[in-house]
Design a binder for this molecule. Structure first.
Ligand code: BG6
Length: 484
């Protein structure tokens, strides 16, 4: 349940994350009636501005949908409980000021309980000092304090451990909410239900029925404007190690004892621990080059010349447990591709040959975005006086099935969970640790720790990815059916 007397402090209120995600999500929650009735929102950042200027910014962060007659009124109400204070990220005085401002705001609350939620929409370089100062200067003595942080959590196992343990010195696991926004996506949340509330699916969920699994992330734009950040991280740290691994762990974990956060997270960690580090031979790296008037990755001025940073990666993981032994899990992610799409594609084994010839495999596809859908490829007899099988689909496209449903934004769902204190959809310390163990050796190889750096293969901007991808996925048993 939501606590009254809550102040939400958005640190980094003038940055990109706050602008694109945090404020729109807070406003969305407010409109749906999911913020505590007496909530206050405080923006904090280095930029000096007064409340009027800050309110102008909020207005520019939140888009007005066409024909929304109540929007302006709601936004005015939202601004009325939102205020701003400027300060640095590494000096006690700034945080004392923040604390004094919070106390002043809270003096209007009836009860003595003070609940403070600190959302760090900040670059990783200031995580540690901010976490420390917040604890020392702004931790409310009565009530609940929470801190919300978001990737990048380090660059490899060692740096992640350092970062996590520094935050942990000040904030307990109970107080910490580590966002991976994929866990807030509707279809990712649906995985638990699809898997464990359906006997038919559950029975086929293992190496006996499944040939291979692909989890694919495609974006139709490059790193335009973000080249500096991206080059330090690359697609593996940006997407695979976190977002796709989260999807993979929910897809493959054993059934948790309950929906309680620790039960779910225990199972996720257990399955991740059964995955050995990725091998070079199981990895394909790509980098986009200019095409159709669009610039290549290396044409970006913020990217160092000759950077070998992968903007595309495909890698195959293996899970050594009785359920999954021998099943390849192929993770693929790329920027500057031909379309925007994130999906899980489970390909089942061949039907025993004999009575059928050239019959395609069953596939279960869960499309995470855009246009959420679940569909199952089935072979069906074509109607008529013959026995010919054709591939068809059982199609659960959300737009058609749930016509009036509004699918929440990932950040709306996650901020609400954090306000309620539900950790189920947040990343636990040890989950991160295991995920880094799996990826660190390959990342060190790409970064040249063990000698020459590998060179990614080129692919044109706007294409389906490197041409080497097709043979790569076939190598792991994926069969394209004639209907594809
Ligand atoms: C972020 C990455 O974590 O996820 C971005 O840093 C990427 O590079 C984004 O574009 C994708 O998120 P979504 O919700 O648009 O799939």
């Amino acid at each position: 349940e939501l606590k009254e007397n809550t102040v939400i402090v958005v640190l980094g209120a003038s940055g990109d994350l706050a602008k694109k995600k945090t404020y729109p999500a807070l406003f969305g929650l407010y409109r749906m009636g999911f913020l505590p009735t007496d909530v206050k929102i405080v923006g904090y950042a280095r930029t000096k501005m007064d409340d009027a200027e800050y309110h102008k910014r909020i207005t520019s962060y939140i888009k007005k949908p066409d024909g929304d007659a109540e929007f302006d009124e709601a936004l005015n109400q939202f601004k009325a409980f939102s205020s701003y204070i400027s300060g640095g990220y590494d000096d006690s005085e700034s945080f004392q000021n923040l604390n004094a401002a919070l106390e002043k705001i809270e003096s209007g609350y009836k009860s003595k309980d003070r609940n403070r939620v600190f959302y760090l929409a900040l670059p990783p370089s200031v995580f540690i000092p901010v976490a420390k100062h917040l604890k020392e200067q702004c931790h409310a003595p009565n009530g609940i304090n929470r801190i919300i942080i978001e990737k990048p959590f380090g660059k490899d196992l060692e740096s992640a451990r350092e970062l996590l343990s520094s935050v942990k010195e000040h904030w307990s696991e109970e107080e910490t909410f580590r966002i991976d926004h994929y866990l807030g996506k509707e279809m990712v949340k649906n995985l638990l239900v699809l898997r464990f509330a359906n006997v038919a699916l559950n029975a086929a969920w293992d190496k006996n029925s499944i040939s291979n699994v692909q989890i694919t992330f495609k974006e139709p734009f490059g790193t335009e404007g973000r080249g500096g950040y991206f080059d330090e991280f690359g697609i593996i740290r940006d997407i695979l190690q976190n977002h796709l691994m989260q999807v993979l762990s929910i897809l493959t974990m054993e059934r948790p004892v309950s929906f309680a956060a620790e039960d779910i997270r225990d199972e996720k960690v257990k399955v991740l621990r059964a995955i050995p580090p990725i091998e070079r031979e199981d990895t394909l790296l790509g980098q986009y080059v200019g095409a159709h008037g669009k610039p290549g990755y290396l044409d970006d001025d913020t990217v160092p010349r000759n950077s070998n940073c992968p903007t595309y990666a495909a890698t195959t993981l293996w899970i050594h447990n009785p359920r999954w032994e021998g099943v390849p899990f192929i993770l693929k992610a790329g920027k500057a591709l031909n379309e925007a799409k994130v999906e899980i594609r489970i390909q089942f084994k061949d039907v025993t040959q004999g009575i059928f010839k050239d019959i395609g495999r069953n596939e279960l596809v869960m499309r995470i975005q855009p246009a959420e859908a679940v569909y199952l490829k089935l072979n069906t007899k074509t109607p008529g006086l013959h026995t010919r099988a054709i591939p068809t689909e059982m199609d659960l496209t959300y737009k058609r099935r749930f016509t009036d449903a509004k699918i929440p934004e990932a950040y709306e769902s996650l901020i609400l969970d954090a306000l309620k204190g539900d950790h189920s959809n947040f990343v636990r310390n040890d989950e991160l640790d295991v995920a880094w163990k799996i990826f660190t050796p390959i990342l060190h190889w790409i970064d040249g720790h063990n000698g020459a750096k590998p060179t990614p293969v080129p692919y044109p901007y706007g294409s389906r990815g490197p041409k080497e991808v097709e043979p790569f996925i076939s190598k792991y048993g994926f069969k394209r059916s004639q209907a594809d």
